[in-house]
Design a binder for this molecule. Sequence first.
Ligand SMILES: [Zn+2]
Length: 130
Amino acid sequence: MSWYEAIKVAVQVAEKVKDAELHAAMGALRMEGARLAEENAKLRDENRELREKLATRDALEFRENFFWKGQEGPYCPRCYQEHGKASRMTEHRGRYINDYYKCPVCELKLQDPHGTPVEQAPVRRTRGLL
Ligand SMILES: [Zn+2]
């Protein structure tokens, strides 16, 4: 029998006794049980998030201004350092600038391999009209 079922049975028994004070106490017990269940669910979620962050922290390595999981990556340095989140950056072809990586979460753009911000990177020389 779960805690909720046990309280429900106790409330039904208390109703048969017809004692107002007991009935009120059982109602309060039922409310407190619901509050504790909600708090427990919230703590479980928080615990899961912290375990994921810890696993990510152990797995990521900083190389050439990006974070990497072995050969997998790159991961956004801003998202990881500011929020502990591993956001995989996507590769983009620059039309007027060199190719770059962009974070889908914070939209940080960096160029490989040194992680130079796109705004500071030299403009690509074109060989004529594209
Ligand atoms: Zn990011």
